[in-house]
Design a protein around this ligand. Structure first.
Ligand SMILES: Cc1cc2nc3c(=O)[nH]c(=O)nc-3n(C[C@H](O)[C@H](O)[C@H](O)COP(=O)(O)OP(=O)(O)OC[C@H]3O[C@@H](n4cnc5c(N)ncnc54)[C@H](O)[C@@H]3O)c2cc1C
Length: 544
C-alpha cells in the first residue's frame, strides 16, 4: 500500500531562495528534465502532439546512464525475428523471477507487451542494431533470461547508438529545444501542481515554466563509492520530487552489478553481462570456476545471486576481487563483439584475449523511485516521471538485465504522449521561496561527498545489518543538518545535498525492510531469502 507523503520537518521545500518575478524564465508547453532514453523519447512523443518542448540536461548528451549502456535492450520481437521458443509470457516470467515476488504482474505484462512496438519506433528514429551477415537482427542472452532476446548495437555500445539516434531526431525536430549543461535544482509547484523547474546555467538561475513537466533524470548510483554510473547520476530527480512531496517507493533496492573492472585508480568500467552470456566465466584467486557451486545457472544466475557469490568468495579467500576469464572466446570475436571493453582494458594494459580481468561488484541500477502509474503520472498533478528515476512496479526487488532501457523507451513514449496531450502554455506562475541561511563557511564539499559515498558502500551496500544501517542513518542526519545545511551557490553543493538526502532515504528504507529480498540483503536475517510480497515500503519524511 503506498500512501502519499508530504515534506515534514528536516527538509526545506526548496534548496535556495528566489522570487520568480525577478528571475529570467523560459516557457514551453512541455518541459522534460533529462536527455537519456526516457527523456528523449518523451520529448519526441510530446512534440508529435504539436507541443513546444524544452529539454534540459545537466551535462552533455553523452553524459547519461543510457549513453554508457553496453549490453542491450531486452525485447521479444515478432515471430519472424525472435527465437522460436521465446514468447512475451516467457519474458514476463523471467522478469517476475528476478523481481523476487515484488513486481506488479499487470505492469510487467503491460510494459513488456509494448516492447516490440517501441523498438520499431526507435528504429524509425534511425537506431541501428547489430545484424548478422545474412541481415537478421542479432540477439544475445543475459543473466536471468531464458532465451536470446537482447538487441545490441556496435557490439557493446548499445546506449551510445540509442542516444545518437534519439538526440539527432530531437535536434532535427522543429518543436524541440535542447539545452545542455542546465542543472535543474528544484521542481516548482504552484497550488500543489507542477509548474516547471528552477535551473542553473552559466552562473545564472533561470525558471523553466511549462504546462506539464516530465522528470527523466535517471539514477543515483553515484551515491555509492563503487559505481558503474557516470558522474551525473547523483539522484537529483528523486531528491527534487521528494522535496516537492511526491510519493517514492522501493528505495532500498539498489542493484549491484557483479562485474566491474577493479583496478586501483581506474574507472569502474562495467563488464557487460553479455560477456558472460557469450561464455566468459568467473574464477576465484586459485582459478576455480566457482559459480556452479552457488546456482544452477552459474554465471547466468540473476545479478543479486552472482553479486553475493562474488562477495562470498572475496570474503572467504581474503583476495580483493575475483577474475573474469574470456580468453577462450578469442581475440577476433572479443574485439568485434566487445570493442569498448577490449579497448578500455588494452589501455590499462590488459589484453582480454590472453589475460583474465579483475572484477568486483558496484552500485549499478536503482529499482525504486518516484511512484508512477502505467502512463508515467506521479502523485503530483501535472508531473510525470519515466525511466530509472521512476518506480512503475516493473522491476520489483531486482531488475532483470536489459529491462531498463526498454522501460525508459516504453514509459518515455507514454509519458510524452500524455504530458503532450495535457501540456500547454504555463499560465501565470508566482512562486517565491525564502533565502536559507548561507551554507557553513569553508566546507570541503568533495571531502564530504567522498565520506558519504564510502559510508554508503560500507554500511548501506551489498550486505546490510540493523546496527550498521542505524550508524549510517545517524551520520547522514548529522551531515544533513550541520555540514550540508543552508543555501549553496553552485552545482557541487546542491548535488551534495541531493546525494545526502537520497542516501538517508535509502538507508531508512533499508532499515525498515528487515528481511532479505532481491537486491536487498540483510546479513542479520539471512537463512532463506524472503520472497513473500512485503508490499511497498513507504518513505516518509520523519527526520532521518
Ligand atoms: C555502465 C552502464 C551500463 C548499462 N547497461 C545497460 C544495458 O545494457 N541495458 C539496459 O537495459 N540498461 C543498462 N543500464 C541501465 C540503463 O542504462 C539506465 O537505467 C537507463 O538508460 C536510464 O535511462 P534514463 O533516461 O532514465 O536516465 P539516463 O540515461 O541516466 O538520463 C538521465 C538524464 O538526466 C539528466 N539529469 C540528471 N539530473 C539532472 C538535473 N539535476 N538537471 C538536469 N538534467 C539532469 C542527465 O544529465 C541525463 O541527461 C546500464 C547502466 C550503466 C551505468
Amino acid at each position: 500500500m503506498i500512501t502519499d507523503v508530504r515534506p515534514g520537518p528536516g527538509s526545506s521545500r526548496y534548496l535556495l531562495g528566489f522570487d520568480l518575478r525577478r528571475r529570467p524564465h523560459l516557457e514551453a508547453d512541455v518541459l522534460v528534465v533529462g536527455g537519456g532514453v526516457a527523456g528523449l523519447c518523451a520529448a519526441l512523443a510530446a512534440a508529435d502532439h504539436g507541443k513546444e518542448v524544452l529539454v534540459l540536461a545537466k551535462a552533455t548528451m553523452r553524459d547519461s546512464n543510457t549513453a554508457w549502456a553496453q549490453g542491450g535492450v531486452a525485447v521479444v520481437l515478432n515471430q519472424a525475428e525472435r527465437e522460436p521458443e521465446d514468447d512475451i509470457e516467457v519474458h514476463v516470467r523471467d522478469t517476475l523471477v528476478a523481481g523476487a515476488g515484488l513486481c506488479d504482474v499487470d505492469v510487467v505484462r503491460d510494459i513488456l507487451g509494448d516492447a516490440a512496438e517501441s523498438i520499431d519506433l526507435l528504429r524509425r528514429h534511425g537506431c541501428l542494431f547489430d545484424r548478422s551477415e545474412k541481415g537478421a537482427l542479432e540477439l544475445t542472452r543475459e543473466g536471468g533470461h531464458s532465451a536470446r532476446r537482447i538487441l545490441h548495437a556496435n557490439g557493446d555500445s548499445t546506449g551510445a547508438e540509442i542516444v545518437r539516434s534519439l538526440a539527432a531526431a530531437a535536434s532535427a525536430h522543429p518543436r524541440i529545444t535542447v539545452i545542455e549543461n542546465a542543472f535543474a535544482i528544484d521542481l516548482l509547484t504552484d497550488g500543489g501542481r507542477a509548474a516547471g523547474v528552477i535551473y542553473y546555467r552559466r552562473e545564472e538561475l533561470v525558471a523553466a515554466l511549462a504546462g506539464t513537466t516530465i522528470l527523466a533524470t535517471g539514477g543515483c548510483g553515484r551515491v555509492w563509492r563503487e559505481s558503474t554510473n557516470p558522474p551525473v547520476a547523483t539522484g537529483d530527480g528523486l531528491a527534487m520530487a521528494y522535496r516537492a512531496g511526491a510519493t517514492l517507493a522501493d528505495l532500498e533496492f539498489m542493484q549491484f552489478h557483479p562485474t566491474t573492472l577493479y583496478i586501483a585508480g581506474g574507472a569502474r568500467l562495467l563488464i557487460t553481462e553479455a560477456m558472460r552470456g557469450e561464455g566468459a566465466v568467473l574464477k576465484n584467486h586459485v582459478g576455480e570456476r566457482f559459480m556452479p557451486r552457488y546456482h544452477a545457472d552459474a554465471e547466468l544466475a540473476p545479478r543479486d545471486v552472482v553479486t553475493r557469490a562474488i562477495i562470498s568468495e572475496i570474503r572467504r579467500t581474503g583476495f580483493p576481487h575475483v577474475w573474469l576469464d574470456a580468453t577462450h572466446l578469442g581475440a577476433e570475436f572479443l574485439r568485434g563483439r566487445f570493442p569498448t571493453i577490449f579497448q578500455a582494458c588494452a589501455k590499462l594494459g590488459i589484453d582480454i584475449a590472453t589475460a583474465w580481468m579483475p572484477v568486483h561488484p558496484s552500485a549499478h541500477y536503482h529499482c525504486g523511485g518516484i511512484v508512477t502509474d502505467t502512463r508515467g503520472a506521479t502523485s503530483i498533478p501535472r508531473l510525470w516521471a519515466a525511466g530509472e528515476v521512476a518506480c512503475t512496479g516493473l522491476h520489483g526487488a531486482n531488475r532483470l538485465a536489459s529491462n531498463s532501457i526498454l522501460e525508459g523507451l516504453v514509459m518515455g513514449i507514454r509519458a510524452g504522449n500524455d504530458a503532450g496531450n495535457a501540456g500547454g502554455p504555463p499560465g501565470r506562475v508566482r512562486i517565491s521561496a525564502p533565502t536559507p541561511e548561507p551554507a557553513p563557511d569553508g566546507l570541503d564539499v568533495p571531502d564530504l561527498v567522498r565520506s558519504l559515498r564510502a559510508m554508503m558502500w560500507r554500511q548501506v551496500g551489498i550486505e546490510r545489518n540493523a546496527a550498521e544501517l542505524a550508524v549510517a542513518r545517524r551520520s547522514l542526519a548529522f551531515w544533513l543538518s550541520h555540514q550540508a545545511r543552508g543555501g549553496f551557490r553552485d552545482r557541487s553543493g546542491w548535488e551534495l545535498q541531493n546525494q545526502l538526502l537520497v542516501g538517508s532515504l535509502v538507508a531508512s528504507a533499508a532499515e525498515r525492510r528487515t528481511a532479505s529480498v532481491g537486491t536487498h540483503t540483510r546479513a542479520d536475517s539471512l537463512g532463506a531469502i524472503d520472497t513473500t510480497h512485503l508490499g511497498y515500503i513507504r518513505t516518509d519524511q520523519e527526520p532521518p
